[in-house]
Design a protein around this ligand. Structure first.
Ligand SMILES: [Zn+2]
Length: 342
């Protein structure tokens, strides 16, 4: 769980920086790009560990191409700089009026038991020692049943694991402003303006507005990795293609901001620079000898994130080679409890 293990450190541009672990929970492959792609790229570029989790595999019907959308997800996550992409094990529920039977061996996410799904996600949050969960607002953005379920499961998993949750959303006022001309031009037919007034969240409750214009190129490349939805025949596929073919400055203008609402209304940075040093987290991060990259390089990170009391140390070991990185070796008991600030 997030509160059990200390902040890890990672080399970012030759500098040792505090590293948080962020789990971005989404409904389907491609949602990770559309809603949080720039934020993922930015957090990864800042040296944080990002895990992308999708509830559904993106296949409404069984067919020869089953599993392809998960492959596309892995490609997209790699482009964004995420460390890992995980499928929670559910099937897509579709957006139409009919909720199809469950495919063999899998449950459609809309039928999933919230407690069970939240248990799976909470186990992953614990395994990854996550500091932050990105989930969806209560309407799941635009009311897709799998997206609404992501909100419910995300909220419950965050409670179970004791992890801070921040919900991806869009400003409702902006949706209406953009939708009006699109409806007049008949570029948007499936949604009604009255329904759309309920999409996203009111501007007043949005707590984080993330500028991701710098990561527009990465976001566009990650979207292009989702070949199945992009090459489809529907209206959304055409919109995807239009976005992908647009010049980068246009893409940047359209997709250069991402929004989040944190229950409880906490504002400020999504992940603080020294993310362990939040107001309720009197953290002490100390670097130990062995900062140089090299075999056997070991450092220890100490913090005390949990108001409940002293917390363990995290022991780090530098692993050289192709997949070089700091391996986190959590320890259950604090070996220097006497010096712990708590
Ligand atoms: Zn979706």
């Amino acid at each position: 769980m997030s509160a059990e293990v200390g902040t890890a450190l990672r080399y970012v541009r030759g500098r040792l920086a505090p590293m948080a672990t962020i789990v971005a929970f989404h409904a389907h492959p491609d949602d990770e790009v559309l809603l949080t792609g720039g934020t993922i790229a930015r957090l990864a570029a800042e040296g944080h560990r990002v895990i992308v989790v999708v509830a559904c595999d993106g296949d409404v019907k069984d067919g020869p191409e089953q599993g392809r959308r998960l492959e596309e997800l892995r490609a997209s996550a790699a482009i964004l700089g995420a460390d890992r992409a995980v499928h929670l094990g559910y099937a897509d529920s579709g957006h139409g009026p009919v909720l199809y039977e469950d495919p063999p061996g899998r449950t459609r996410f809309a039928r999933a038991d919230v407690e069970e799904a939240a248990g799976r996600l909470a186990a992953l949050l614990a395994e990854e020692h996550a500091d932050l969960l990105l989930s969806y607002d209560p309407h799941g953005g635009y009311g897709h049943r799998d997206h609404v379920r992501v909100h419910q499961v995300g909220a419950q998993a965050a409670r179970l694991a004791g992890v801070r949750v921040v919900e991806a959303t869009v400003p409702r006022e902006l949706v209406v402003r953009v939708a009006r001309p699109l409806l007049v031009l008949r570029l948007l037919t499936r949604h009604r303006l009255n329904e759309m007034r309920g999409y996203g969240m009111p501007q007043s409750v949005i707590t984080h507005r993330i500028d991701v214009r710098r990561y527009a190129g990465q976001k566009r490349a990650a979207l292009a990795a989702h070949r199945t939805p992009v090459s489809g025949r529907g209206r959304s596929a055409r919109a995807f293609r239009l976005l992908l073919r647009s010049p980068l400055p246009v893409f940047r203008a359209v997709c250069g901001t991402e929004w989040f609402a944190e229950p409880g209304g906490r504002t400020g940075e999504l992940v603080a620079r020294d993310h362990a040093a939040g107001p309720d987290r009197p953290a002490l991060v100390r670097k130990f000898p062995g900062r140089r990259r090299g075999l056997g390089c070991v450092k220890m990170v100490r913090w005390c994130p949990n108001p409940a009391g002293a917390q363990p140390w995290a022991r780090m070991r530098w692993l050289p080679g192709a997949g070089a990185g700091w391996e986190r070796r959590p320890r259950r008991s604090c070996s220097r409890r006497a010096t712990c600030p708590r």
